[in-house]
Design a protein around this ligand. Sequence first.
Ligand code: PHE
Length: 392
Amino acid sequence: MKTIFQNWLGHGTALVSAVTVSLLLAGCNKPAGDQPGAAGGNIKIGEFASLTGKEATFGISSHEGTVLAIEEINAAGGVLGKKLELLTEDNQSKAGESSTVVNKLISRENVVAMLGEVASSRSLEAAPICQANKIPMISPSSTNPKVTETGDYIFRVCFIDPFQGTVMANFATKTLKAKRVAVLTDVKSDYSKGLAKFFKERFLANGGEIVAELDFNGGDKDFKGQLTAIKGANPDGVFVPGYYTECGLISIQAKQLGLTVPLFGGDGWESEKLFEIGGKAVEGNYLSTHYSPEVGSELSKKFVENYKKRWNGKTPDALAACGYDSALVLADAIKRAGAIDGPKLRDAIAATKSFPAVTGTITINDKRDATKSAVILKIANGKYEYLETVEP
Ligand code: PHE
C-alpha cells in the first residue's frame, strides 16, 4: 500500500491515502500561482523513509525527528511567510522502492527538496533521481561517501564512513587492546562494505591483524557458518558493520557458539529493537554513532525534552537527532536562498556554515558532507551507555 503521512496539518503521523491528500490540498487556501512546490501557499518537502520492514526503526526515528523540526518551524511562523509541508513516503526498507516513491514525490507532488534516507544503499538509489531533476536532497544519516559523490544537489548533515571506520579501528586498538580482529560484512549493503573497508585500512595501519573476513547477505537469519569460522581464527574482537536486525541475531548466535569476545560496529547497530532481537546477548558490545541524548549542548537538551513531549515520552536516538537536523538545515537554506528553485536552494545548502544543530555544529564542506564528532556507546544494562566523544 502506498501511503503519505501528512504532518503539516498537525495530524502527526495520521495515515491518509494519496487521494485524500489531494483533496485536502484542493481545499486549502488558493495556490500561489502554479509555482512548483508552493501549492496552497505551502512549501512542499518530500521525505522517503523505511517506516516499515527490516529497518523500520531507522525510518520511524528519523521521521519523528523531522516532523518535530517541521512543526517547530511552522509554529514559529514558517519560512518565507509560508508553512513547510512534509510529504512522507514509505519505501518499506526494500531495494527498488525508494526510486519509485522519490519519482512520485518529485513528479506528482512537486516537492522542492527531499529529505532522506538513513541507509546508504537507499540514498544511493534516490540520489541520481534528485540530481537529474535538480531537486536538492539532504540525507540525515547516510554515511557512505558515494552518496554525496552522486552530484552537486546531494548533501548530508552527518559524518562519513572513512571517519567512522577510523574511530572504531582506533577504539579497537586503544580501548579494546585488540590485536587480532575478524570482520563480518553485509555484502548487500553499500554502508557495510564501505565501513568494513575503512575500518580494515586503519586497523592494519595501527599494526593490527585481520584474522578472518566473512560475508553475509542482509536478510539472512543463520550466521553460524561464518561465526564458526571466526571462532576458529581466535580473534580478540569481531567488527560487524551491519544493521540492527542482523546484528541482534549475530550477537545471539555468537554466544551460542561460545564466541565471547566483544562485537563492535557502527551506527547501524542503533535501535531499540536490538534489545528485543538480541536480548542479553548484545550486552558488552560497542558501536559508534552520531549523537547521544546523554551528552550535548543546551540545544540538545531542549530537543530531548521536546521530542519526549511530542512522541509519548520516547527518548530520541541518533537517527531522530539527525532527522531533526536535516530539516533545520533545509529550512535555514530556504530562508537564506529567499527562493525555492533547485539551483538557488542547492547553493544555499552548500553555503551552510557553523549552523547550530542538535548533533553538533554543521558546516557543509566542499564534498557536501558535514564534519562532525562521533560518540562511542557501550551496550550494557539493557541500554546504550555513553562512553566517549571522538572529534574529527
Ligand atoms: N549510516 C548508516 C548508513 O549509511 C545508517 C544509519 C545512520 C544507521 C544512523 C543508524 C543510525 O547506511
